[in-house]
Design a binder for this molecule. Structure first.
Ligand SMILES: Cc1ncc(COP(=O)(O)O)c(C=O)c1O
Length: 240
């Protein structure tokens, strides 16, 4: 258990450490205990003291004690919390009908037309998904189909979702969910290392020097010929 936890913490540095659960306020402690009884271990919490939000509006989140947080990190809502237009549209549709895309439905076509009208003409088709995991899974299929390549570069501690494909390039899921042979990790650039007034070139340099630079030359072992050709060897790496 301890080694599972330390592996998990290593793969996700701001993860809540259940070893300190007893030190939390009673109610929060109780909810976290109940949560771990009924949710799988993949449902992690973040921060030393997990935060419990009870409502949100616009860019703000409110916790159980009434503290108001600026939401710069929770990435679920695209247009803010409790946006009246979204609340009204979802309520209207759920009160009317909830069917899959193999039936004709005006609202889907109306939406696709309105959305596509906001994009350049090359982006002329819409695919809909219910979750980020599905959207990322689909994006990988599109990218593979288009490039014929298999390699994926992701930042350490990235999370992209829970389908089998997407979990294979989500390092935060820990060692219980191994990365695919075609996946390479890089560190995210560290903005703390960028001096004020630095140029874009300086920033690129920092991005390179905080990680291994991954230089893919020619045809890497995992591209085009597919996973079966992967030998475990890395693409050309050079420490900078
Ligand atoms: C960055 C990122 N990508 C993908 C996902 C997966 O989205 P979903 O939970 O809707 O499948 C999440 C979910 O939090 C996310 O934060």
């Amino acid at each position: 258990m301890t080694s599972t936890l330390s592996r998990a913490l290593a793969s996700y540095p701001n993860r809540f450490d259940p070893a300190v659960l007893d030190a939390l306020p009673g109610r929060l402690q109780d909810t976290i205990r109940r949560r771990s009884e009924v949710l799988g271990p993949g449902y992690t919490l973040i921060y030393r003291t997990p935060v419990e939000f009870v409502s949100g509006h616009g860019a703000h989140l409110i916790d159980r004690d009434g503290n108001d947080y600026l939401d710069a990190y929770n990435n679920v809502p695209c247009v803010g919390h409790a946006h009246p237009h979204v609340v009204e549209a979802v309520t209207r549709q759920m009160s009317a009908v909830n069917i899959n895309t193999r039936y004709v439905q005006d609202s889907l076509v109306d939406y696709a037309e309105r959305l596509l009208a906001t994009f350049p003409s090359e982006l002329s088709k819409l695919s809909v998904a219910c979750s980020g995991s599905e959207a990322n899974d689909l994006a990988m299929r599109v990218a593979r189909f288009h490039t014929g390549a298999e390699g994926i570069i992701v930042t350490r501690w990235a999370y992209h979702g829970i389908t089998r494909e997407v979990a294979s390039f989500s390092p935060t899921l820990g060692t219980g969910s191994p990365l695919g042979p075609n996946v390479r990790l890089i560190d995210p650039p560290d903005p703390r290392l960028v001096a004020p007034g630095s140029t874009l070139a300086d920033r690129r340099c920092v991005a390179r020097s905080t990680t291994w630079s991954v230089t893919v030359t020619g045809s890497p072992p995992w591209s085009r010929t597919g996973r079966t050709a992967a030998t475990g060897s890395s693409p050309t790496r050079s420490a900078t």
